[in-house]
Design a protein around this ligand. Structure first.
Ligand SMILES: *[C@@H]1O[C@H](CO)[C@@H](O)[C@H](O)[C@H]1NC(C)=O
Ligand SMILES: *[C@@H]1O[C@H](CO)[C@@H](O)[C@H](O)[C@H]1NC(C)=O
Ligand SMILES: *[C@@H]1O[C@H](CO)[C@@H](O)[C@H](O)[C@H]1NC(C)=O
Ligand SMILES: *[C@@H]1O[C@H](CO)[C@@H](O)[C@H](O)[C@H]1NC(C)=O
Ligand SMILES: *[C@@H]1O[C@H](CO)[C@@H](O)[C@H](O)[C@H]1NC(C)=O
Length: 370
């Protein structure tokens, strides 16, 4: 190899300079691999909640009863809004980590060692706006400013500022937020108003999200996996509003607009902060592909929920007296808004190994190796 490359060098030293530059570039970028991800810090809504809302006695937005968890180990209803694992569990296991515990189950721990293995702050019902499901959940702002910032302080106290930065910088932050803001807006404003106010509504959401992500950056977040809004108009809850059971176009358009705004603010953020990297998953585009061609993606049912009451099981969250489908692997939706474990699996395969436009600018595998 030495002789053939030196022969090439004699032929053209220009090529060698180019090769050297490429090698230097690769060396630089491989060098940014700072080891395995030590922990996950998770914030967001019910897609990511692993049981925080179990600790909110006033909340109706809970899932710690059957038939939730029917496919979870032991058939246990943990508080996950799923028949089995949710997407955070799948991200954790793909990285060889345990899915972190709900913050409210460990917040009284006097031993901060437990925080080093990651924590899940997510709360069903939460939105970018504090007003979304107010009183029923831990808002995204509370998750950041009240809960995570306490954990951050405990880690700094324990590890020192520098080592805490290293630990958090290598950790993966997982964020899923925004869907509930859109659902509430669609359910509670007249359609005529929706069309005229959509742009303003999304731009306000994006401004708030930008401030929130900046707070997380200020508190040590450097690797971010963020999932965009689903095509909410196609979830059983909103299909049910249409006489023809068609996808609700305004909700889908708002989800797509929100995702575009989120992608744009992330591009800006990464430009301002060269030490931050992220993977943005466009849930809306990925799920619409499956909704348009269910058979090709292994689904037999993409309209009705598996578990619930009423037409298409779309009338109520999954509860003990609901009926549920016998084969959860071929349904897209578990309940009126949440995906089945199988859907989360299919989506996370793409988030890990896929490419733009579904996951960008890099996928989760690349994000966690660099
Ligand atoms: C933690 O402490 C709070 C307030 O002291 C209490 O209400 C809560 O039940 C405790 N949580 C756990 C999981 O022990
Ligand atoms: C904290 O917990 C860790 C692991 O569980 C244990 O090794 C350590 O001794 C504990 N520290 C204190 C001060 O209790
Ligand atoms: C920080 O990490 C270094 C290297 O692992 C270690 O030697 C040092 O003791 C740590 N500092 C604190 C305050 O834990
Ligand atoms: C569910 O459906 C899939 C696809 O048709 C099939 O491969 C699988 O065996 C079924 N599972 C059960 C438990 O019936
Ligand atoms: C990504 O692809 C690799 C290799 O093909 C596979 O082993 C792994 O399970 C995939 N990851 C996910 C989360 O699908």
């Amino acid at each position: 190899m030495g002789s053939s490359s030196s022969r090439r060098c004699r032929i053209s030293s220009g090529v060698c300079v180019a090769v050297a530059l490429i090698l230097a570039f690769l060396a630089c970028c491989v060098a940014c691999a700072s080891g395995a991800v030590p922990a996950l810090y998770v914030l967001g809504d019910s897609q990511a909640d692993v049981g925080n809302n179990n600790y909110l006695p006033e909340s109706l937005l809970r899932a710690n009863f059957p038939h939730n968890g029917v496919d979870y180990p032991g058939g246990k209803a943990t508080g996950r809004f799923s028949n089995g694992y949710n997407f955070v569990d799948l991200v954790a296991s793909s990285l060889g980590l345990d899915s972190p515990p709900p913050y409210l189950s460990i917040r009284n721990s006097s031993n901060s060692t437990i925080y080093l293995k990651g924590i899940n702050f997510a709360s069903g019902g939460a939105g970018v706006s504090d007003l979304t499901n107010k009183g029923q959940c831990i808002s995204f702002d509370e998750q950041i400013e009240r809960d995570y910032s306490k954990v951050h302080a405990a880690l700094v106290k324990r590890l020192g500022k520098r080592n805490a930065s290293t630990h958090l910088g290598e950790s993966l932050f997982v964020v899923a937020i925004g869907g509930n803001d859109i659902i509430m807006q669609v359910l509670f404003s007249p359609v005529t108003e929706l069309l005229s106010t959509q742009k303003q509504f999304i731009s306000t959401l994006a401004d708030t999200l930008k401030r929130q992500l900046q707070s997380l950056y200020d508190l040590g977040m450097r690797r971010l996996f963020i999932v965009g809004a689903a095509p909410l108009g196609c979830c059983p809850l909103l299909r049910e509003q249409s006489p023809t059971k068609a996808c609700q176009a305004e909700a889908n358009s708002m989800a797509a607009t929100y995702n575009d705004a989120a992608a744009e603010l992330l591009r800006g953020m990464a430009k301002r902060h060269r030490d931050m990297s992220y993977a943005f998953f466009d849930t809306s585009t990925a799920l619409l592909q499956a909704i348009h061609d269910p058979k090709a993606r292994g689904y037999t049912e993409v309209k009705a929920a598996c578990c619930g009451l009423g037409v298409n099981n779309a009338m109520f969250l999954c509860a003990p007296d609901s009926k549920y489908c016998s084969n959860r692997t071929t349904h897209m939706f578990w309940d009126l808004v949440h995906p089945t474990e199988m859907t989360s699996k299919k989506l996370m395969n793409v988030a890990f190994n896929g490419s733009a436009p579904l996951v960008s600018p890099i996928n989760v595998k690349e994000l966690t190796q660099c």
